[in-house]
Structures are given as C-alpha cells and as structure tokens.
Ligand binder design. Structure first.
Ligand code: SF4
Ligand code: SF4
Ligand code: SF4
Length: 246
C-alpha cells in the first residue's frame, strides 16, 4: 500500500529537529552558513540537506504572522524528475513499488551536469540537487532503509509537535481532511496542497505563496517552457521525455 506524509504546518514550531535528524540518519555533513537575518539555515536545500525548515514573516490584517514550512521531496505519484531521467539513464531514478517513494540511485552519476540541471528544473517543487563531488543527484529518500526495517521516517519519529505524520496514503488523506476542518476555524484560508499528485501532503494556514515560491505545483514553472506548470507538463508525458525535449 502506498505510503504518505501528512505535514500540518499549523503545528510546526520551527524547532528544526526534523532537519537535524534527517542529516544524522543519513550521515550528511553540516553546511557552513552565516547570519543572514533569518533563522532559516542553510538558505536553500543542497546535496547534503534533504530537509529544510523554511521561515517567512508577513503582516496580515495588522498582525505579524510567522509561517514555517518543513520542506522535502514530495514523492510525486507521477514524478517529472523520473520522467526526464528515464529518457537519459534508465534506473537513475526509480519508484519503490511498495511505498511509492521516488529514489535516486548510484546510476544518477551517469547523468551529465546539464541533464541533472534539466531534472532539477523539471521538478515543480525545485527539490533535487547534484553533488558536485560525486556527480550523484541527492534528495529525500523517504527513509526507505528505515521503512524496510519496519521503522518510520526519521523526521516523523523526531517531530515533537505532531506536525509530521506518516502512514498509509488513505489514512493520511483522511487525517488531512479532518485536520483542515479544525484548522479552518482559526485560519479560514487554510488548504491542503496538491494532495492528488504527491505523497507528501501539506496543510498550509494561508495562501501557499506566503510560505515560499514552490509550495504548490500550480504556481511553479517547470523551466521547460513559459507557463509550463506541473499539471500541463504531466499532461504532455505520453511519450518518453527525451523525445519531448528533443
Ligand atoms: S518533488 Fe521533485 S524530486 Fe521529488 S519526486 Fe517530485 S519531481 Fe521528483
Ligand atoms: S523522510 Fe527521511 S530522508 Fe526524507 S526528509 Fe524525512 S528524514 Fe529526511
Ligand atoms: S521537528 Fe516538527 S515542529 Fe520541529 S521543525 Fe520539524 S516539523 Fe516543525
């Protein structure tokens, strides 16, 4: 049965426990950062940061509001990154049949730098990053090794507030709908983001763009053509990606 996350951002305190736990489990090095006037650090995802807690601050109806977004790969049901990679190196990106996880393999080293850039641009959520040292494409792997050992993903295990939830997809969808009804009482503009297309289902308290640019695929340009959002990109994927892109 496919697995999914439900991420209730209304409960997130930005403690960054999930971000650190992800690094620890995957044995990823720290990223050197500097004070930029924001607690968000590092400023962006990178080849050794698969999970990034994003911060944004807005004045809404005369009040200062903070929005926290624990970002990671969405494990798309029909992943554009995989469609592109399949056109170049079969097996560089695979989908685990049991969980639905989208996994980048060692074969991604065979992709050229330009092909890796194309894959990142095709991702509607701007997630994957190339490790310039090894040449591998890197991102969240849904902690597939933990799942195979009967454990839940590290970021879910660590989260102390109930923001991060994980389970069967149907169970997570039901939890998302139930939680939305509650959250809407305080935040009437709250919504569930892209639930039909992804296995990391976010609840946001206000318009997605208040969190950051790539929260929803509806606003994202895939980089393969003006106005080519994820939805119309996917509609065109009836042929191998390589042919579409020449
Ligand atoms: S979010 Fe991006 S990297 Fe993750 S599966 Fe979807 S297209 Fe691929
Ligand atoms: S599922 Fe695992 S790899 Fe993905 S963000 Fe959570 S801890 Fe990191
Ligand atoms: S561990 Fe939970 S509360 Fe802390 S930043 Fe991550 S999602 Fe938010």
């Amino acid at each position: 049965m496919p697995k999914a996350f439900f991420v209730d951002t209304s409960r997130c305190t930005a403690c960054r426990g999930c971000q650190i736990a992800c690094k620890e489990w995957h044995d990823l090095p720290a990223t050197e950062t500097k004070q930029r006037g924001s607690h968000q650090n590092p400023p962006e995802l990178n080849a050794s940061t698969y999970k990034l807690v994003r911060f944004s601050e807005h004045r809404i109806d005369g009040k200062v509001e903070w929005f926290f977004f624990p970002e990671q790969c969405r494990h798309c049901l029909d992943a554009p990154c995989k469609e592109i990679a399949d056109g170049y190196v079969e097996g560089a990106v695979v989908q685990d049949k049991k969980t639905g996880a989208i996994i980048y393999t060692d074969l991604s080293k065979q992709l050229s730098e330009a092909q890796c850039d194309e894959i990142t641009e095709a991702c509607p959520y701007n997630v994957p990053r190339r490790n310039s040292g090894t040449g591998m494409m890197m991102k969240c792997d849904m902690c597939i090794d933990r799942q195979q050992a009967g454990l839940i993903p590290m970021c879910v295990k660590t989260c102390p507030t109930g923001t991060m939830n994980f389970g069967d997809r149907e169970e997570m969808l039901a939890l998302a709908e139930k939680t939305l009804v509650k959250v809407k009482k305080d935040y009437p503009r709250a919504s569930i983001v892209d639930a039909d297309d992804v296995n990391v289902i976010y609840l946001v308290m206000d318009k997605p763009e208040l969190y950051y640019e790539f929260v929803t695929a509806d606003n994202s340009d895939t980089g393969v053509g003006k106005g080519m959002t994820r939805k119309n990109f996917l509609a065109g994927l009836t042929k191998p990606a390589k042919r579409i892109f020449g």
